[in-house]
Design a protein around this ligand. Structure first.
Ligand code: NAD
Length: 362
């Protein structure tokens, strides 16, 4: 794969300039740049700056709105249901997390449902935000307005990629453990990356309408030559869930918890076969270990994680990794060396910038 490596600060500033040119206030544009680049730093290129052309497209269509705040739908001492008003996920998700942090600090635990948010990106960012406040958090996410994933035993799309995240804090404001993944065999963004010449997806990631299993991005996007903004309504196939019936079961629960409990809505048939506005909903649970009397929690969690990781390797030279370890290692390397992007991804971002009158960095 041919790549272009961009220094972190240059990439953040470039993305911020694109969103500012598209109509976002400087603060919001910078925040979107920060979180998208954060996903690249974590190694999740699927949720990084590759999203810029699509986010700008959605902004121009009015699917996502600049400058939104949360509207309170219902609240109590240990819960809140909030509406993101289709604001950028990078703006409304941290506001929702902060509500959960404040309530969990006061009550020991809190449940916060966010609905009608623009794409909230890498859910690990929100688990990390809660971990920085010393809280354990669990996040269940779905996508209303679109379907991409077939349930176990079926070929028709019924779910979105429905990620879950569980974050455990350490004592230094970081996550000790960060489990964060899509319930599809790969996140849709990884198919997007593959369709732009990036890392291929596994050979069993997609299923065709005839039940044939492959790693071909055209199952999702149809014929893809010449278009930079991929449209998942064009493909006839679907992503598959991970872990057979188990991943499919978790995906279903994400629809029920994030979609039905927040009021944000579930995945469902796409009107006229054309994907329109999509929105993320997230049901989050925040727990304060100290408040619950688990004063020794972090030490016990660290000791157990170390014991688990000390399991003898299954392959010579290998080792057991902790959830969050690959992301932390990639972050260290990319902060130092810059962010590698496939030339297709970089070209698509530069094309979007040019259309808005923003010059690409030299
Ligand atoms: P993935 O398959 O790379 O799995 C990542 C998780 O597995 C992390 O917790 C990581 O630390 C852990 N992990 C990876 N390799 C490991 C190893 N060898 N040993 C132990 N643990 C290991 O992630 P994914 O499913 O491709 O998801 C990528 C991102 O996409 C996530 O950040 C997710 O939140 C995001 N996403 C967002 C949406 C949305 O609607 N906003 C939808 C889907 C996915």
């Amino acid at each position: 794969m041919q790549t272009t490596t961009i220094p972190v600060a240059t990439l953040r500033d470039f993305v911020a300039a694109i969103f500012a040119a598209a109509g976002c206030e400087a603060e919001e544009a910078a925040r979107i740049g920060r979180y998208l680049v954060s996903a690249n730093l974590a190694g999740h290129d699927s949720h990084g700056v590759i999203r810029v052309p699509r986010y700008i497209h959605w902004l121009q269509l009015g699917y996502v709105r600049a400058g939104q705040r949360l509207s309170m739908v219902s609240e109590g001492p240990s819960h809140a249901i909030v509406d993101g008003n289709y604001g950028f996920g990078q703006t409304v998700a941290p506001l929702a997390v902060d509500l959960g942090i404040a309530r969990a600090r006061a009550q020991g635990l809190a449940v916060v449902g966010l609905r009608h948010a623009g794409h909230i990106g890498r859910v690990g960012d929100w688990g990390e935000r809660a971990a920085a406040a010393g809280l354990v958090s669990l996040h269940f996410v779905n996508v209303a307005g679109g379907e991409l994933v077939a349930p176990f035993g079926g070929v028709d799309r019924r779910f979105s990629t429905n990620p879950i995240c569980i974050a455990i804090p350490d004592e230094q404001g970081g996550p000790l453990l960060l489990l964060d993944f899509a319930t599809s065999l790969v996140a849709e963004g990884k198919v997007l990356v593959a369709s732009q010449g990036g890392k291929p997806v596994p050979e069993d990631a997609l299923i065709g309408p005839d039940g044939s299993i492959s790693g071909d991005p055209r199952q999702l996007y149809g014929e893809i030559a010449g278009s930079h903004v991929r449209d998942a309504a064009q493909g006839l196939g679907a992503l598959r869930t991970f872990g057979a019936h188990k991943g499919s079961g978790i995906a279903l629960m994400c629809e029920i918890l994030a979609g039905c409990l927040t009021g944000g809505g579930t995945s469902g048939p796409v009107a006229g076969g054309k994907r329109g506005r999509i929105s993320n909903s997230m049901l989050s649970i925040y727990l304060d270990p100290a408040h619950l009397g688990a004063v020794d929690f972090v030490r016990q969690a660290r000791d157990y994680a170390a014991y688990m990781a000390a399991s003898r390797p299954s392959e010579p030279g290998g080792r057991v990794l902790l959830p969050g370890e690959p992301e932390a290692a990639t972050r260290r390397a990319r902060e130092r060396d810059g962010v590698p992007l496939s030339t297709g991804t970089w070209a698509a971002i530069c094309e979007t910038a040019q259309a808005l009158g923003v010059a690409a960095p030299a």
